[in-house]
Design a protein around this ligand. Structure first.
Ligand SMILES: NC(=O)c1ccc[n+]([C@@H]2O[C@H](COP(=O)([O-])OP(=O)(O)OC[C@H]3O[C@@H](n4cnc5c(N)ncnc54)[C@H](O)[C@@H]3O)[C@@H](O)[C@H]2O)c1
Length: 477
């Protein structure tokens, strides 16, 4: 059992703190946000993550987990995990100021020979730069990289049953000490140098994002040649060299990590003289999906006075209340700017979404959001949307357009019920077409006139990646 501190009580910090307490360590978690802190002390996590609230309350009761707003609380700790945000700067590079601030704040309190463990996703070289800070060198404090690979929505599970634990250290002793903290977890421990650990984290996220963007590109080809992208994904996913994960076409990726990490990796590459055409295409292809969905919706409602679009799902993916980088909010923002009335439902993310986009009409019930709508966008594939009574929905709607942003609905059934069903490269038996109704505007141009080379008049952004609609604006901090 070790005495640990975790700085930051968000998706990574709180899960790390609660899980390390569960593994038998004594953990103190330092959080600067007072309202978060008050909730946590009462056993109320500020984020929604399956199993997390129960785990936090259990560990609080056992006395293995405590929360504080005072950095002096780290004084007894042998290991201090840093899990604070590293958001995108305007130029796409990662802003490490929260990490620096956290480390500077704990320096007056930290005892000699403590190990600082960087869990935040940081640009390559950050761990080494922290380790070279004179006060840390003087106190023989080692800094180790221990990137986190958990997924929101299954964070507790992923932390306790990871595919691997990565430890990047410049001394074998520090690596071994950190490895021992995870000794009761059954997973390979991969000990490498700090820079490889940092780069591996960015590479994993960028590669996952690339798989999705690649399939999204294939979805437009499938639509153009009357093939079904779902079948294509199933077939290629059965190839053991490829595997089935992250091959579903749709609105693309969002969240707090993929967008910023793809940009940050490109920024690290560019500042080291490396070109990144693949990363650029991965990012731009993702943005095209949102533009594509927004255009489908606008084309469907353009001639209607007081058009209403209902969005099902606001979280960037199911089983989280996180709306950071959510495709749904980016599209909602664009529709609002075009004068569309936007209604939205989400089982968990209404509060977070309303902080970012107050002009959306939020509904606690999916059916009320859909009542009288001209078009629907399924943006997050929450399980409850699979069970909607579509006959009821059809009767209550004013229009009949459904844009299935996650290729998740039964397109054949919806078409048979009289909906105009649009998907991303899925053939529906009733119309035999790859992406939606034959008469639709996208038939002639699956990419809606947008091209990968910015041929739609998009302006280059400061981060160097071009975009007609910068949906990164819809990010809750
Ligand atoms: N969210 C994920 O799924 C995920 C997965 C892997 C890695 N990461 C990385 O982990 C890091 C944290 O991400 P997150 O999603 O947990 O962020 P978050 O925004 O959910 O949480 C960060 C927390 O840190 C607190 N904080 C900020 N500055 C602080 C300071 N100086 N001292 C104490 N507390 C401070 C904030 O108040 C907040 O509660 C980022 O680098 C991210 O890229 C995130």
């Amino acid at each position: 059992m070790a005495q640990l501190a975790v700085v930051g009580a968000g998706y990574v910090g709180l899960v790390t703190a609660a899980c390390l307490a569960k593994l038998g360590h004594r953990v103190i978690c330092v959080e600067v946000d007072e309202s978060r802190l008050n909730g946590l002390a009462a056993g109320e996590p500020p984020i929604s993550e399956p199993g997390l609230a129960e785990l936090v309350r259990e560990q609080l009761r056992h006395g293995s987990l405590r929360f504080t707003g005072d950095y002096a609380g780290v004084a007894e700790s042998e290991f201090i995990f840093i899990a604070v945000p590293t958001p995108s700067r305007e130029d796409g590079s990662a802003d490490t100021s929260h990490v620096l601030h956290a480390v500077n704040s704990l320096i007056p309190h930290v005892r000699p020979a403590t190990v600082i463990v960087v869990k935040s996703t940081v640009p390559v070289g950050t761990t080494d730069r922290l380790a070279a800070m004179p006060p840390l060198l003087e106190a023989r404090i080692e800094v180790v990289s221990n990137p986190e690979f958990l997924r929101q929505g299954t964070a507790v599970h992923d932390f306790l049953q990871p595919d691997r634990v990565v430890i990047g250290a410049s001394s074998p002793d520090a690596a071994a000490r950190v490895a021992r903290l995870y000794s009761s977890i059954e997973a390979p421990i991969v000990a490498v140098d700090t820079r490889s650990a940092e780069l591996a984290k960015y590479t994993a996220n960028a590669l996952l994002a690339a798989r999705v963007s690649f399939m999204n590109e294939i979805s437009h080809i499938a639509a153009a040649v009357d093939a079904n992208v779902d079948d294509v994904a199933r077939i290629v996913g059965m190839d053991r060299r490829i595997g089935p994960a992250f091959l579903r076409a749709g609105l693309g990726w969002g969240g707090s990590c993929f967008p910023k990490d793809v940009l940050a990796l490109a920024a690290v590459a560019n500042s080291n003289g490396c070109r990144t055409p693949i990363l650029q295409a991965v990012y731009e292809t993702n943005e095209l999906q949102r533009e594509h969905a927004a255009k489908l919706l606008l084309d469907a409602v353009r001639t209607i006075p007081g058009p209403i679009v209902a969005i099902l799902g606001l979280a960037f993916k199911p089983n989280t209340d996180d709306v950071r980088g959510s495709p749904a909010l980016g599209i909602a923002q664009h529709l609002l700017a075009e004068g569309v009335i936007v209604r939205a439902h989400d089982p968990f993310a209404l509060v977070n979404a309303s902080r970012v986009l107050p002009d959306v009409e939020y509904s606690e019930d999916a059916y009320s959001a859909l009542d009288g709508a001209d078009a629907i966008l399924l943006a997050t594939e929450w399980e409850e949307y699979y069970d909607l009574d579509w006959i009821l929905v059809r009767e209550s709607m004013r229009g009949k357009t459904v844009v299935d942003g996650r290729n998740a609905l039964n397109g054949v059934l919806l078409t048979d019920l009289g909906f105009r069903y649009w998907s991303f490269g899925r053939a529906t038996q009733s119309n035999g077409n790859g992406t939606g109704p034959h008469e639709g505007p996208m038939d002639s141009s699956p990419l809606g006139g947008a091209t990968h080379t910015n041929g739609n008049g998009a302006v280059p952004r400061e981060d160097g990646f071009a975009s007609a609609l910068d949906f990164r604006g819809a990010v809750a901090e």
